[in-house]
Design a protein around this ligand. Structure first.
Ligand code: XMP
Length: 319
């Protein structure tokens, strides 16, 4: 394209030179990094790219549909959509320890992804959305410096077991450059500027044991919160915002009746680097609106609280 910024052309040329006529697999999560890789690779090598999108049952409301819409329908990317909800829920049954939950979710992802990859015997490359800060962080972990307070979603073993070469076209880019590249490649603004979402997804936002019923309630509460943040122009002023499901019941009144239902906590933070963070001073009127909507629209939730803890000492996620 004559009007494309030079660096997009360069990135495309680089991928073509590296990959040649060989096939590539990419784990598409719907997050910014893997989305930009998908768009870039699709532009560079078209049908030589196959994406695998794993629905672990812990995604946000309508997230799977949105990913399929953007990539498969609008861009014409080959995307294999695997609904593995049952598998993930089955393995998470009875597990309430946060680190144990993370490990299970990471392990099952590898399992599902591997099974899909084996159906594509012609693939020679595994693409990943590694960006420059990830490179720095994992260099740190080899010297024992990276924080191990929470084990981050790790797919490190995949290339070896699958005998694939690693393709990391964003390896030299900072987050803001990745976003610019995404926009230049024509991805929707809302996708490129979306808040980060952890690999274990709602699995670390449902405290204790994960149940599908809890995930369904949380998805709806979270969507209302995000909707109202966007409507009030607060989404872009926060670095991350989400709802957390607390598996405790409290008493409420509804009409003439008494209710005894679950609690949702709202979390919104402002941060530069996610290592430290301030809780966002959202307007009370906005919080009130979100609370009313959640309690009125999500049967099963009768109380909403706002998290006013900074990091440190609290972490951004509750688990
Ligand atoms: P915390 O909760 O440690 O989170 O203050 C800092 C940032 O990291 C994200 N996060 C994760 N991302 N896998 C991920 O991919 C994880 O297990 C994980 N835990 C936390 C969190 O959402 C925040 O942006």
């Amino acid at each position: 394209d004559w009007n494309m910024p030079d660096y997009v052309t360069e990135a495309i040329e680089k991928v073509r030179a590296q990959v040649g006529k060989e096939e590539v697999i990419l784990g598409l999560s719907g997050g910014v990094d893997s989305s930009v890789v998908a768009a870039l690779l699709h532009r560079a090598i078209g049908d030589q790219l196959t994406c695998v999108f794993v629905d672990n049952g812990l995604l946000r409301l309508n997230e799977a549909e949105q990913v399929m819409e953007t990539f498969a329908r609008n861009l014409g990317v080959k995307v294999i959509h695997v609904d593995a909800t049952e598998q993930f829920m089955g393995h998470l049954k009875g597990v309430s320890d946060p680190e144990a939950k993370r490990k299970i979710i990471g392990r099952e992802f590898v399992e599902v992804f591997q099974a899909e990859a084996q159906k594509l015997p012609n693939a020679k490359w595994l693409a990943q959305g590694t960006i420059y800060p990830d490179v720095i962080e994992s260099a740190g972990s080899k010297t024992g410096k990276a924080h191990t307070i929470k084990s981050h979603h790790n797919v490190g073993g995949l290339p070896e077991t699958l005998k694939l070469k690693l393709l990391e076209p964003l390896r030299e880019l900072f987050k803001d450059e990745v976003r610019e590249l995404g926009i230049a490649l024509g991805l929707p603004h809302d996708m490129v500027y979306r808040h980060p979402f952890p690999g274990p997804g709602l699995g670390v936002r449902i405290l204790g044991e994960v149940k599908k019923e809890f995930a369904d309630l949380l998805r709806r509460a979270d969507a209302i919160f995000i909707d109202e943040l966007r409507a009030a122009d607060w989404y872009d002023k926060t670095s991350q915002a989400f709802a957390v499901f607390l598996p405790v019941k409290s008493v409420g009144v509804m009409g003439d009746g008494r209710t005894y239902e679950y609690v949702v906590a709202l979390r919104a933070v402002q941060t530069q680097d996610f290592m430290t963070a301030h809780w966002a001073e959202l307007p009370h009127s906005l919080l009130g609106k979100v609370s009313n909507r959640i309690i009125n629209e999500v049967r099963g939730i009768n109380r909403v609280v706002y998290d006013i803890s900074g990091k440190p000492p609290a972490t951004i996620e509750w688990e």
